[in-house]
Write a protein that binds this ligand. Structure first.
Ligand code: OOG
Ligand code: MG
Length: 262
């Protein structure tokens, strides 16, 4: 039986409160095994509504589980999307407070800003890439509200795909002449290289992830407006961080993004 509007609202409040109170919860399907993926997106949109109503501003959209390494790490097999707000936004050399987070992990990502509207269930990688205005270095700090990062697809979608913080480089460049599939990324934690990958880890090409986002939005009757900021998904497995850790992510052709966890 589909969940009624009241239950969806309650579940949105439940994940929202867990995040604000930095409290682990169990995956939503334990109490609601019938929760569908569509209903999970309904909950995510209600969560977004609650946060925007509190004065947060939408900063962009993110894709998740677009890399095989990530799917394997999380035991989940379908790409998903979520949102970011200005509350989670940081720039290079960010200092990120672990006291506000449950069990943070970082993911190196390629981000895009689009220059024209993208829409439709048949959006191709070429169309998506052609709509990219600029490419940016980004690191997502994920922090599942679920105990031990254990979830299934509907639960993680309702929990806004574990989104918590995002660090974005100031410099951006045009995708022209940049082979994003071959672009290599290395994560250094406290000076040691701990993860490495190339852009093709993300669905073969980061622009394929952008196209996938457009197709997922189309299923809900939405398009991606010009000027959208999109994070295309972790290239490597996520790396756990704790107070005292410093992270540098080196992006071939783009630069280095640094952050400290306190
Ligand atoms: C879900 C979010 C994954 C990514 O970039 O793959 C994600 C999770 O692993 O907790 O953001
Ligand atoms: Mg991510």
């Amino acid at each position: 039986m589909p969940l009624d509007k009241n239950t969806l609202e309650q579940l949105a409040a439940h994940v929202d409160d867990a995040e604000r109170e930095r409290r682990e919860i169990v995956k939503l399907t334990d109490a609601h095994p019938q929760l569908t993926l569509d209903e999970a997106y309904d909950i995510q949109y209600l969560l977004r509504g609650r946060r925007l109503a509190r004065g947060e501003r939408l900063a962009g959209l993110k894709m998740g589980l677009t890399a095989f390494a990530k799917m394997k790490q999380m035991g989940v097999e379908t790409p998903i999307y979520g949102f970011m707000t200005d509350r989670g936004a940081h720039g290079d050399d960010a200092e990120i407070r672990c006291s506000e987070l449950i069990h943070p992990k970082i993911e190196p990502e390629i981000a895009f800003i689009t220059r024209r509207e993208l829409k439709g269930t048949d959006c191709t990688t070429e169309q998506a890439l052609d709509a990219v205005e600029s490419v940016l270095m980004a690191v997502e700090v994920i922090d599942s509200r679920f105990k031990d990062f254990k979830f299934d697809l509907p639960s993680v979608v309702a929990d806004n795909t574990s989104a918590a913080r995002h660090v974005v480089g100031k410099a951006s460049r045009s995708p022209q002449g940049l082979d994003l599939a071959a672009l290599s990324v290395t994560v250094r934690k406290n000076g040691q290289a701990v993860a490495q990958g190339t852009g093709d880890a993300v669905l073969g090409h980061p622009a394929a992830s952008l196209a996938m986002l457009v197709k997922l939005l189309a299923k809900r009757g939405e398009s991606l407006p010009a000027g959208s900021f999109v994070m295309t998904g972790g290239i490597t497995e996520a790396v756990a961080v704790a107070p005292g850790d410093s992270i540098s992510v080196v992006y071939e052709h783009l630069g280095t993004l640094n952050m400290r966890f306190v």
